[in-house]
Design a protein around this ligand. Structure first.
Ligand SMILES: [Ca+2]
Ligand SMILES: [Ca+2]
Ligand SMILES: [Ca+2]
Length: 326
């Protein structure tokens, strides 16, 4: 006999002994006395033997009826109480052994977690006010690494503010703080929504935007996305609402894995264009959740839909009335 089968055989012996104890403990009660065996509760059987009771409350009547059997309390005050003959209390605590009982589900005594519900959050930077200079400054929040990078690689250090129109200044912002807040959640989608425009004539033809990840040590990590602003249809002097699905970028790239791994996202525009606002929309899904529905959001009065990473986005490059979705 192998060690494993010996263990199984011993377990069966223990269980059989327990059933014997149960019969003797509850023997004085017949099936007709079911209400008296577990007053206000539910009988627990193992095979044909009555081995305990399941209660939603634990008052004097329930405690008296338990009468020497083992009380298995709930994990949280609102959970159910189980009274069962020893040593079957160990089986009540072991989910894999529940099938030996009727009923065979004791999850009513387990503390429920906060529960996971899919949801989306928007991380706003700047105000969506079409470059209105009123209302006070709209400040981006570039990381120290990003500021250092600009200072070391460009003639003018620092970032322009949102709505700041003019030449020769990078725009830089770092999104942070979007990690899932609860266990069981994960990031399953992300979109950057921004309005870019008012480029200075003759200087904007070489401008572009970038989504990337600059580590504190100054090194870009993982993948990134760079694109000419002209590819979004942004004309001199005009502005354009741009939506980028990070899981389905125009070049076929997917920044979600790096977004999740790093926990931040750097967004830059250089160097003669203004940025009205930038919003990072994050979708959170639950483990074991199959995402099959579209995720939609409003953009200047129209509804734009993209989909989960496992699905295709809207047609790449499709022009929308309110902007360009890539
Ligand atoms: Ca403004
Ligand atoms: Ca330029
Ligand atoms: Ca603005």
């Amino acid at each position: 006999m192998s060690l494993t089968s010996r263990r199984v055989a011993r377990g069966l012996f223990v269980a059989t002994s327990a059933v014997g104890l149960a019969v003797s403990f509850f023997a004085r009660m017949s099936e007709a006395d079911a209400d008296q065996i577990c007053p206000g509760g539910q009988i627990i059987r193992s095979g044909k033997s009555i081995v305990g009771c399941l209660y939603s409350t634990w008052g004097p009547a329930e405690q008296a009826a338990c009468n020497g059997a083992v009380h298995v309390p709930p994990e949280s005050p609102e959970g159910c109480h189980i009274c069962v003959v020893a040593p079957l209390d160990a089986a009540v605590l072991d989910r894999t052994q529940w099938p030996m009982f009727t009923p065979s589900d004791f999850s009513c005594r387990l503390a429920e977690g906060p529960g996971c519900e899919p949801y989306s959050r928007a991380f706003e930077a700047g105000v969506d006010d079409d470059f209105d200079p009123g209302g006070g400054p709209e400040l981006p929040a570039p990381s120290d690494a990003l500021l250092n990078y600009i200072a070391q690689n460009y003639s003018y250090p620092g970032s322009r503010d949102f709505d700041q129109i003019g030449g020769d200044r990078w725009f830089a912002h770092t999104f942070t703080g979007f990690a899932p807040e609860r266990a069981g959640e994960y990031i399953c989608g992300a979109r950057l929504v921004t309005r870019i425009g008012h480029g200075e004539t003759d200087l904007n033809v070489n401008d572009g935007l970038a989504l990337w990840f600059l580590a504190p040590n100054g090194q870009a990590v993982g993948s990134g996305y760079w694109a000419d602003l002209a590819s979004f249809g942004i004309q001199n002097g005009s502005s354009q609402l741009v939506t980028l699905d990070l899981a389905h970028l125009p070049n076929g790239g997917n920044l979600l894995p790096d977004l999740i791994a790093n926990g931040w996202l750097d967004f830059t525009v250089q160097d003669d264009h203004a940025v009205d606002f930038a919003r990072l929309e994050i979708d959170y899904c639950c483990e074991d959740d199959l995402v099959v529905t579209d995720t939609c959001f409003e953009g200047d009065g129209a509804l734009i839909c993209s989909q989960s990473p496992s699905e295709l986005p809207v047609s790449p490059g499709e022009s929308q009335a309110d902007g360009v979705v890539f």
